[in-house]
Design a protein around this ligand. Structure first.
Ligand code: APR
Ligand code: ZN
Ligand code: ZN
Length: 360
């Protein structure tokens, strides 16, 4: 099969011939149908987060089961599935207390450095990324890294649910648990931010403020449920939010991954408000907060993959889409071939696209 390989940071991906072994007892071989380009892939390509190389990136995908291992009963060949990097064991302390995204069992994961799921003719080890490696015609994954979905769901939109949608929606619904009537601000309206906005609408938020430097993104945010828009180029973001909301929001979401915007997210909270950091702030970077703000019970928390329970959440998201409550129809800006993948990342860097997807 063909796969896009990252050899070195800040270098284009190279299409190579790679093969996969037969599934082990609990593994599933999937024919990749669609893979989305997510900003997190770019963070790794730019070396803002470390990963052993060479590696096949990609972690937002949907496909069709081709072959299953001897112990797999959850899926059968022909099933449509969405992948999720939040592979879970189901038995560790975090899994049994319901926090499966924090699963600590390494036997279901292939930790960087231990990958043997992909083979090629070169002597160096080719690393699987986040237990998935979706920029490839096939994927070999643990059965607890997939969820079965209804066949009516278009696979291109299903792929987006695998990372961008669940990350943004889950941050609002699962991590922050936004309730009806609360005020919400979302900083960064890329794919993940749009899903946060749509999630806030589904949760019944009273006011949803979209913040982005790109006017086109703000316009789309309004279509997805934003009640107000703010462009940071018009002046101090925190002041603009405070003026709009009579002193601050109940919930803010940083969906970009920068120190300054994380500080803004905390700064725009009303007393008792909570800032949820979704974006990947460059590895090693610290953020600064005013200690006084904690006296007014302001909180700041992280959200990983939308604190998902993906086997429950993703079929619900599919239903939301099919019933017209999750607006994915405007998400895909470009459909590319695997050979055009570098073009897709260049467009992401230029901020031109919401989501580009590779269609296999
Ligand atoms: N303030 C507000 N928005 C900004 C700013 C700024 N200073 N600078 C850029 N933006 C906007 C861009 O215009 C773009 O719409 O932030 C958005 C980022 O979107 P994408 O690049 O599409 O990123 P996305 O895939 O949504 O991921 C966002 O979430 O999961 C993490 O790793 C991911 O850190 C990344 C973040
Ligand atoms: Zn992602
Ligand atoms: Zn576990």
């Amino acid at each position: 099969m063909k796969a896009a390989v990252l050899y070195e940071v800040n270098q284009p991906l190279v299409i190579e011939d790679v093969s996969l072994p037969k599934p082990g007892p609990r593994e599933v071989l999937i024919r990749t149908a669609v893979a989305g380009l997510c900003h997190s892939d770019l963070h790794f390509m730019e070396g803002l987060y470390p990963h052993p190389l060479p590696a096949v990136l990609g972690h937002e995908s949907a496909g069709i089961v081709e072959q299953v291992g001897s112990d797999v009963t959850y899926v059968k060949p022909g099933d449509h599935v969405v992948t999720c990097l939040s592979v879970f064991c189901g038995t560790c302390d975090n899994c049994t207390t319901g926090r499966t995204v924090l699963c600590t069992d390494t036997t279901v994961k292939l930790l960087p450095g231990a990958s043997n799921r992909m083979q090629w003719s070169k002597p160096e080890k080719l690393h699987q990324f986040l237990n998935l490696s979706s920029f490839a015609e096939q994927m070999l994954v643990h059965e607890n890294a997939i969820v079965k979905i209804r066949k009516e769901m278009p696979l291109d939109l299903a792929a987006l649910i695998g990372c961008g949608v669940i990350t943004g929606y889950g941050a609002v619904v699962n991590t922050a648990k936004v309730t009806a009537g609360e005020t919400v601000a979302v900083i960064g309206c890329g794919g993940v931010g749009m899903a946060a906005i749509n999630g806030a609408q589904i949760a019944g938020a009273g006011r949803i403020i979209a913040i982005d430097t790109n006017p086109a993104k703000l316009q789309l945010a309004t279509k997805l449920g934003a009640t107000d828009i703010i462009n940071p180029t018009d002046g101090d973001v925190v002041k603009q939010v405070r003026d709009l909301t009579n002193g601050g929001v109940h919930h803010s979401f940083e969906v970009l991954g920068r120190k300054e915007t994380a500080e803004q997210a905390f700064g725009m909270l009303a007393s008792g408000g909570t800032a949820t950091i979704v974006g990947m702030i460059p590895f090693g970077q610290k953020i600064e907060l005013h200690g006084f703000d904690f006296l007014r019970e302001r909180r700041i928390q992280g959200s990983s993959m939308g604190s998902n329970h993906f086997r429950v959440d993703m079929p619900r998201l599919v239903d939301f889409y099919l019933r017209g409550r999750l607006h994915l129809e405007d998400w895909i800006s470009a459909k590319l071939k695997l050979s055009e993948i570098n073009e897709g990342f260049a467009n992401m860097k230029a901020g031109k696209t919401l989501r580009s997807v590779i269609v296999f």
